[in-house]
Write a protein of this length. Structure first.
Length: 113
């Protein structure tokens, strides 16, 4: 049985634009084109690999904003984690696991750091 894996990048998040902070929130509805595009992009993935630095013992604020803006789009996604930083990014990955557990994300226990 042969399996095929295709990877795509979300294209990252431009922190200088802070798109989601201009939005009313995930339950209030999305009005901007970029908000709909972000939701469609995340919905299109079967699995997500988060690559994150450790920033002050956690994930960067831009990543937290990007996660918080959506809800249903994250549900039931298989997820892997890669952390990097002064202590290997372990604290960032563990915090990311806690954040994503409230969004019904299925995280792998093993981590690359």
């Amino acid at each position: 049985m042969s399996k095929s894996i295709t990877s795509r990048s979300t294209g990252g998040y431009n922190a200088s634009r802070r798109y989601w902070l201009t939005q009313p929130g995930p339950r209030a509805g999305r009005t901007h084109t970029h908000a709909h595009a972000w939701a469609r992009k995340i919905s299109s993935f079967d699995a997500i690999a988060f690559v994150t630095p450790e920033y002050n013992g956690s994930v960067p604020g831009a990543l937290k904003d990007a996660i918080n803006f959506l809800y249903a789009e994250w549900n039931d996604k298989a997820t892997g984690f890669v952390g990097y930083g002064i202590q290997g990014g372990i604290r960032a990955v563990e915090h990311l696991r806690q954040i994503l557990s409230d969004l019904a994300v299925i995280g792998r226990r093993s981590t690359v750091a």
